[in-house]
Design a binder for this molecule. Structure first.
Ligand code: NAP
Length: 342
């Protein structure tokens, strides 16, 4: 049965620093009616991602900001309820960036079908979704690791980081994570098979900890955080090292960016290559990555941890918590019943 009204979250204020729950409003609005070839989707899982903080700013970026009063942007995994599109039938599980809302209309152009027999459908927001894809191509294409090399990844227990370290291990590399807290470090070493993990919140000297964890230096740095952690990794880069600039979450809530990086002198002599990337650079090759990682997930070679809260009204709080590091795995919100959940 389709409800007459549903809830959605809109942006009502642009925070200068850390967001507050009052920057968002949860509204009740009528469920939209699809017309023509449109598809009505009931959202089941909403993905919470650091990039959303950037969309709250009124600045030019690779994607436009969310307008005040508009629905927050975000990927969802959901179920087709009504469809005039020949490719999609009621009951299909799908994924698209349809926003923080319980029901949404898609024109079908970017709607991805998800096979619920392969893995829990929430993974289409995580390891078999945008964040897994980021790890896969960011590591393999930009990091270009070779067997025997040392790969360091920051925000190592998070959605992207946990996949990066495991992919590095599958390549025959030494994988070293950096994460906040013992619980997170234990996850990546004990459960996910990283060789070492540095707890940057407990470690007074990250540079010394890196030297101990990476006795042969660092060949690939997958940078999710920027700031002081990256400064410390930069000091330990080897000749011809590669730095994949994925994100800089340590700066996302800053009213003004910190100065830096200023430790680039050795990059010259050591011929280090540093390159930023956006996951959608690899959109055309997404299926190949999902097929490969799906195989590894089913074979138990690629594990994942998700952190799922219940109910759309909890989304703002969970989002703020994720930016603070309170999430333990891929941050998501369950918006409605998952028909495949046992
Ligand atoms: P996540 O790691 O699941 O969650 C964010 C984590 O960042 C937190 O759990 C926290 O972990 C860490 N963090 C927060 N503040 C920090 C600080 N001041 N210093 C160090 N770490 C901090 O998020 P994710 O989705 O995997 O994203 C990770 C990074 O990848 C982000 O920078 C994101 O913007 C980027 N990203 C980029 C692309 C792309 O296309 N380039 C795509 C997806 C994601 P700790 O508790 O360990 O600090």
């Amino acid at each position: 049965m389709i409800l007459k009204s549903h809830r959605r979250v809109v942006l009502v204020r642009r925070p200068p620093g850390e967001p507050a729950e009052s920057d968002f409003r949860v509204e009740d609005v009528p469920v939209p009616e699809p017309v023509g070839r449109e598809v009505l989707v009931r959202a089941i899982y909403l993905s919470l991602d650091p990039y959303m903080r950037g969309r709250m700013r009124d600045v030019k970026s690779y994607a436009p900001p969310v307008g005040l009063g508009e629905v927050m942007t975000g990927g969802i995994v959901g179920e087709v309820v009504k469809s005039g599109h020949p490719k999609f039938q009621p009951g299909d599980i799908v994924e698209e960036r349809l926003g923080w809302q319980e029901y949404a209309i898609s024109d079908g152009a970017e709607l991805r079908k998800v096979d619920p027999s392969l893995a829990p459908i929430s993974t289409a927001n995580g390891v078999l979704g945008m964040t897994g894809l980021t790890a896969y191509y960011g590591l393999y294409e930009i990091g270009q690791p070779k067997a025997g090399e040392t790969v360091v990844v920051s925000a190592a227990s998070g959605a992207v980081g946990q996949v990066v370290g495991q992919l590095a291990k599958l390549m025959g590399c030494r994988a070293v994570g950096i994460a906040g807290g013992k619980r997170k470090c234990d996850l990546v070493t004990r459960d996910l098979g990283f060789d070492a993990c540095i707890d940057y919140k407990a470690e007074a000297d990250i540079d010394a900890a890196l030297k101990a964890a990476c006795p042969k230096g660092v060949d690939v740095y997958f940078d999710n955080v920027g700031g002081a952690i990256s400064d410390a990794v930069f000091k330990n880069l080897n000749f011809f090292a590669r730095v994949a600039l994925c994100g800089s979450i340590s700066q996302y809530n800053a009213a003004a960016s910190e100065l830096g990086p200023r430790l680039l002198g050795p990059f010259v002599g050591r011929r280090v290559r540093m390159q930023g990337f956006i996951v959608w650079d690899y959109a055309a090759r997404a299926t190949a990555a999902f097929n490969q990682m799906g195989e590894w997930v089913r074979a138990g070679k690629l594990k994942y941890r998700e952190d799922i809260v219940e109910g759309i009204d909890k989304a703002p709080r969970a989002f703020i918590g994720m930016l603070r590091g309170e999430n333990f795995g891929k941050a998501q919100v369950r918006l409605g019943r998952d028909p495949y959940l046992k």
